[in-house]
Design a protein around this ligand. Structure first.
Ligand code: DGT
Ligand code: MG
Ligand code: MG
Ligand code: MG
Ligand code: MG
Length: 268
């Protein structure tokens, strides 16, 4: 077929193929969620409806898109890791990132009611996306550790801050002042000695964030089969099914990776 004289404009497209052998990480972050949380009356410091909706939307991303092996989320962000051998969309960064962002955003709106019930969604939320490549398992684990450490630091701060305000009767300015220059140990001590709260017993979802991975589970269903003699019989059929499982555990240490060796591919 003859090409039109306009065909050459294609050559203006830039090549954004991701380097081979690298894990492709797409991280999304809610746009101006400071305001979004205020307007939708998110509870402080953590709103389990909002976190549940983020997790549900991330699950939809993993189920609808190919080659994502692990996802990690906290607050208004989620990171998705494509396996290093993925050839989905020829590894084009813009295609991968925009598919993740749009699938996540539409899911966030689609599933809103499941988590917020009759409370209306007041305006369409948006999420930014970025792509980062990691060449080794070590780098990838450090990336995920960085996000989980961020979750920990913010959650410890927010937990003490809002406890001082909500239970201690401090103003937000006083709570801020009180926490200036404090270390993690000081914050734990305030919670423990003044409010009888052991931070380690707080919700794992809030302390550790959400990790999603694929897992194989055996599922047994009863099937009605026809025998050669035309009789019918119920027989149990066991199938191994892949499904997305959620964890709220430490992923900085080695234990998680030892228990889930299929998440990462061999280096080299
Ligand atoms: P950005 O990302 O630059 O467009 O601006 P923000 O406002 O989204 O800033 P970011 O992403 O650094 O911080 C996330 C905001 O979302 C932060 O202000 C707190 C809010 N947020 C996230 N999860 C919760 C929650 O469970 N409860 C409440 N009350 N706020 C939350
Ligand atoms: Mg930001
Ligand atoms: Mg944000
Ligand atoms: Mg954020
Ligand atoms: Mg098309």
């Amino acid at each position: 077929m003859a090409k039109s004289k306009f065909e050459y404009v294609r050559n203006f497209e830039t090549d954004d193929t991701c380097l081979r052998n690298c894990y492709i990480v797409v991280r999304l972050d809610g746009r101006n969620f400071h305001k979004f949380a205020e307007q939708h009356k998110f509870t402080k410091p953590n709103d389990d409806r909002a976190l549940g909706l983020m997790k549900r939307s991330a699950r939809s991303v993993m189920e609808e898109l190919e080659d994502i092996t692990i996802a990690y989320g906290q607050s208004d962000e989620f990171s998705f890791v494509f396996k290093r051998s993925s050839t989905w969309f020829k590894r084009r960064a813009s295609k991968l990132m925009t598919h993740v962002a749009s699938q996540f955003s539409s899911s966030y709106v689609f599933y809103w009611k499941e988590f917020f019930g009759e409370q209306p969604l007041l305006y369409p939320p948006g999420f930014d996306g970025r792509v980062v490549l990691y060449p080794s398992n070590h780098n990838l684990k450090d990336y995920l550790s960085w996000r989980q450490a961020d979750c920990h630091i913010n959650n410890l701060y927010n937990t003490v801050f809002w406890t001082l305000v909500q239970r201690g009767g401090l103003t937000t300015a006083q709570a801020e002042d009180r926490l200036k220059g404090t270390l993690a140990a000081d914050k734990n001590e305030i919670l423990f000695s003044e409010f009888d709260i052991n931070y380690n017993n707080e919700s794992a979802l809030h302390r550790k964030g959400t990790t999603l991975i694929w897992e194989k589970r055996d599922e047994t269903v009863v099937k009605r089969v026809k025998l050669p003699n035309e009789e019918e019989k119920d027989v149990p059929v066991t199938r191994s099914r892949r499904r997305v499982e959620a964890y709220h555990c430490d992923i900085i240490g080695e234990q998680f990776w030892e228990e889930h060796p299929d998440v990462l591919e061999e280096d080299g």
